[in-house]
Design a protein around this ligand. Structure first.
Ligand SMILES: [Zn+2]
Length: 396
């Protein structure tokens, strides 16, 4: 494993760990979880702006629900099963889809209300072979930036198109302008009629073509309830990882009894669109770490600024600087202690902290801070100008 592999970076930068007795389950350490939360907040703001309401649904659900959705028949081997005190079989959710249908079903829906869009950072578990685990890239427990749109048939292409626009914007901002797209079509093991599959596959292709997105075909690789567009990123060694995905599903809403009142007063079944921009949040953190070699851009860095007093007598002023930056929403740490200043600068650099705020006699006297960046460049700024100069906020 080389030094820039996300697994090496994860332990060197103290971001997370995995252990043999819990295969594929990630223990996020404070610094790693900070990155994770920034990424979560970033996508949360985007989804909200696009009209998604965030929800939270249970992690453990009874077998009967999974039977109704069809997961029990088609996906049971990948599910962690448990029992409640009455011996009733339950499963850890491998995905949140059936839960969102339960929320949709709790109201009388009119065609005028559609599309209805739900988003969830869903904690999912899949019981995959322990030998297939790979750092953050392939895990058994993961969180999806999951979303489901309930819409009419005539809205499906536009909804998929909106998702493609969102994904393209986000991947561009995060430094992945080049990604591959594939259309995964009906698998052998599937539910629904051929007409439903013809319709859903054609709508995905139509939405991609309308956005000028070219795609490969992956025959037979769709989900059992619908075809999907997969958005694939490559790691440093050229291995490809599916990250984003969007699926058109005519099966689950029908099976789980979802309906809305059509213009003529009859009951119609909505189309369900499933999508995730990052896919697994953890996997995306892994891809980002490799992309940046651990030197994450300022807005994503777990610790953004280290305040370093030149000597003990600058401690009080350093404390003021720390507090000012903390109040401005910047993730800031103190880099004091007995080591020499140059040693502390090296330490901050090795920890992936992008900016040092150095304070000595001159800075304390005139209320300023010397900012030293990763590339060695330095500038002196008045304390009140520092936060604005650094730009604490992620792209929005
Ligand atoms: Zn889903």
């Amino acid at each position: 494993m080389d030094d820039l592999d996300h697994r090496s970076l994860g332990s060197r930068l103290e971001l997370y760990h995995l252990q043999d007795d819990a295969p594929g389950m990630v223990f996020w350490h404070p610094r790693g979880y900070a990155v994770y939360r920034v990424l979560e907040d970033y996508i949360r703001r985007r989804m909200r702006r696009l009209g998604y309401a965030e929800v939270r649904t249970p992690m453990v659900l009874p077998r009967v629900l999974w039977e109704r959705s069809g997961h029990w028949e088609k996906f049971r081997d990948n599910m962690f099963l448990i029992e409640d005190e009455g011996g009733r079989e339950m499963a850890l959710k491998p995905m949140s889809c059936p839960c969102h249908v339960q929320i949709f079903n709790r109201g009388l829906r009119s065609w005028r209300e559609l599309p209805i869009r739900y988003a969830e950072f869903g904690q999912c578990h899949r019981n995959e072979p322990s030998g297939s685990m790979h750092g953050l890239m392939r895990t058994r427990g993961f969180e999806q930036d999951d979303a489901h749109v309930f819409c009419r048939e005539d809205q499906a292409v536009e909804e998929v198109g909106r998702f493609i626009d969102l994904l393209d914007e986000v991947y561009g901002e995060l430094g992945f302008p080049d990604y591959e797209v594939a259309l995964a079509t009906r698998p052998d093991e599937r539910a629904g009629s051929e007409e439903q599959w013809d319709w859903a596959e054609a709508r995905l292709a139509e939405a991609a073509q309308a956005r000028g997105v070219s795609f490969a075909i992956k025959p037979g690789e769709g989900a059992f309830y619908g075809p999907k567009l997969e958005f694939i990123l490559r790691d440093r060694l050229g291995r490809s990882w599916q990250c984003g995905t969007v699926q058109i599903d005519c099966i689950l809403p029908e099976r789980l009894g979802a309906s809305y009142i059509a213009p003529d007063g009859s009951r119609a079944v909505p189309v369900m669109i499933h999508h995730a921009v990052f896919g697994s949040m953890g996997r995306f953190v892994g891809v980002l770490l490799e992309q940046h070699g651990g030197a994450l851009p300022f807005w994503l860095a777990p610790e953004q600024v280290a305040v370093a007093p030149v000597s003990d007598r600058h401690g009080d002023y350093a404390r003021q600087v720390w507090e000012m930056l903390d109040r401005a929403g910047i993730r800031v740490v103190m880099q004091d202690g007995n080591e020499t200043l140059s040693r502390r600068i090296v330490g901050a650099h090795e920890a992936g902290i992008p900016v040092m705020a150095i304070v000595g006699d001159r800075e304390a006297a005139d209320g300023s801070v010397t900012l030293r960046r990763r590339d060695g460049s330095q500038s002196v700024l008045k304390l009140e100008a520092v936060a604005a100069q650094l730009g604490a906020t992620p792209p929005s």
